[in-house]
Design a protein around this ligand. Sequence first.
Ligand SMILES: C[S@@+](CC[C@H](N)C(=O)[O-])C[C@H]1O[C@@H](n2cnc3c(N)ncnc32)[C@H](O)[C@@H]1O
Length: 285
Amino acid sequence: MMTQATDQPLFVRMDDESFARLSSYVTREYGIKLPVNKRSMLESRLNKKVKSLGLDNYKQFLDHIFSEEEKQGDLLHVIDLITTNKTDFFREPEHFKFLSGSFLPAWTEQANRQAMNVWSAGCSSGEEPYTLVMVLEEFRKRNPAFNYSLLASDVSIRMIQAAFKGVYTLDKIAAISNEMRRAYFLRSKVQPDLVRVKPEYRKKINYRRINFMDDGFGLIKHDYDIIFCRNVLIYFDKATQERVIRKFAEHLRPGGLLFLGHSESIMGMNVPFRQLRPTVYQAMA
Ligand SMILES: C[S@@+](CC[C@H](N)C(=O)[O-])C[C@H]1O[C@@H](n2cnc3c(N)ncnc32)[C@H](O)[C@@H]1O
């Protein structure tokens, strides 16, 4: 067990060699680029963890997290600290308008439709998959025969736990209409600034930890109709983005859709998609 060093500095600086070791590990295993200008961001996110282990330099810290016995413990916690998890309900709202206004009605009109398979890939703390639940449920109210299954995944266990819990501060749902708030959220009785997604809607989402760098994503289904992978690939280099997008194509039905974030694109990539809207791509047969 590690003990607290008495003369531990308040802030532990990361030496060049440790930065190179950590950044090459994160890029190789998780795809996330960590150029030198991210060093101070890394230091500030990891400082508390390094100090809580009673350590005063990064060489010891990296030896600790990469040791065999820590591979499933502190190393995973470090990945939780490194990933950027910014997200919102109805982020990039034109995607959801396109779904309810165009894609869902056209999809249901085709013959022999079973349940629609939807995947929020890189779901962060759940705002994106719960937005999808709201959009799909609202559509179902108007089309009772419509049904869906929804998978939400992230590489960060901490984020999956937050999404599963479905608890948010009131300001997070400020932009959602009163009617939708009443339909999908419950106000906490003990903490009036908190809301929680109603249990019947929390149950609509299945969760998996998926690292986009893993072959085949460990998924069995190859018949998704919709994949949302927004504001994740932006942290990867172009070659890795292209590899991941090709894997998404393998998990989509012909005609299925891939939604990327507003600053992401498949331009210049050799991938089997055609563009339908800005950042909305359709898998080719
Ligand atoms: C900025 S959030 C985007 C959340 C949401 N999709 C949105 O657009 O609001 C990026 C998420 O991607 C996840 N992520 C980063 N690298 C990943 C990887 N290699 N595999 C799977 N998820 C990853 C992070 O943990 C983080 O929660």
